[in-house]
Every structure is written in C-alpha cells, then in structure tokens.
Design a protein around this ligand. Structure first.
Ligand code: AMP
Length: 182
C-alpha cells in the first residue's frame, strides 16, 4: 500500500522475483484490458483516465478470477489491491474460501515532494495516460479518502509493516527484505 509514486509496482516486481511468486497488480491487469480493447477495458479506461477507482464489484470479480489461477499456489503478492474497505472485506472472503492467510501488508511512506518528482519522471519514461497533473492530483485525493483508512484496519490486525520508501530502489528493497525476515 502507499500513494501513487510510492514505489509499489517497482518493489512488487523485485519481491515477487525474490520469493518466486506472482505479483498481481490490478492497475496492470486493467491496463492490459485497455490495451487489448476488451469489454472490461472499454468500461475502465475512462475511469482510469480521470484517476477515479473502478467500481468495487468489477475490481473484485477480476481479482477473484486471477487468484484462482494455479500459479498463485505457492503464494502471491497484491499490488494496488485492496483500495477500499469493501475491497478489503471482499479479499477476506476470497482468502477464506481459498484457505489462505494474509501474512503481511507493506505500506510505503514517501514525502509528498518526492512522490510528485517520481510521478513526473515516470510520466516522461512510461507515458501512462493517467500520469498527467490533473489525474495525479485526483489519484492522491482518492488514496487519502478511500485507501489510507485501510492502514488502520491492517495495523489493528498486527500485520501492517510500514516501510521508509525514500531513497533508491535498492535501499527500499533492502529495508523490505529486512522487515520481512523479522
Ligand atoms: P495503479 O497502477 O495501481 O496506479 O492503478 C491505476 C488505476 O487503475 C487506478 O487509478 C484506478 O483507476 C484503477 N485501479 C487499480 N487498482 C484498483 C483497485 N483496487 N480498485 C479500483 N480501481 C483500481
């Protein structure tokens, strides 16, 4: 977990390689649907362009489907899900059905100025259509209003680990591995 630009995607890829488990990014799954011009892609593209959240029912159905694929058997890492209380509740139900426990929730802390610098850099490199100033601002608001409250939920369960997300990719990755060892 963490606001846009906190490093979730970058660090997820590294952790999934280290542990040999798939990293499941709902944002990446949606972008693939948009690129492949699927029915779901047509539904979500305008929502993503605005920086709003895709409706919970749509997101949960896609994630549920992904989690039943066999590559998740050794474990998996979620990136960008859950993002709302309803999604967190749905995740609990899905995991109960699969008889799987959520081991840890990582949350990245990065100061606002650094987040903006990272987003602008990514906009120049990757050309994501939702990395423009107006949409970025909206995505921060949505994170604060809808997703940040989930941190308390996972903190209360004793599985939230907060990571200092400042510094280089390798520095942050080292902190994550240290925290996971504990
Ligand atoms: P991300 O790649 O995680 O930054 O996600 C990009 C966009 O995809 C978000 O701004 C949302 O529009 C959509 N999205 C990704 N994950 C979710 C989610 N869990 N719930 C709702 N919308 C999502």
């Amino acid at each position: 977990m963490g606001p846009p630009g906190a490093g979730k995607g970058t660090q997820s890829k590294k952790i999934s390689q280290d542990f040999g488990i798939p990293e499941i990014s709902t944002g990446a799954l949606f972008r693939t649907h948009v690129a492949n011009q699927t029915e779901l892609g047509a539904i979500v593209s305008a929502i993503m362009e605005k920086g709003e959240l895709v409706p919970d029912a749509v997101t949960v159905a896609m994630l549920d489907d992904r989690l039943t694929q066999p590559d998740t058997a050794p474990g998996f890492l979620l990136d960008g899900f859950p993002r709302t209380v309803a999604q967190a509740d749905a995740l609990d139900q899905i995991l109960a059905t699969l008889d799987v426990d959520l081991d840890v929730v990582l949350s990245f802390n990065v100061d606002q100025e650094t987040l903006i610098q990272r987003m602008l850099k990514r906009a120049a490199i990757e050309g994501r259509s939702d990395d423009n100033e107006e949409t970025i601002r909206r995505r921060f608001e949505v994170y604060t209003a809808q997703t940040e409250p989930l941190l308390a939920l996972y903190r209360d369960r004793g599985i939230l680990v907060e990571i200092d997300g400042m510094g280089t990719v390798d520095e942050v990755h080292a902190r994550i591995m240290e925290a996971l060892k504990k």
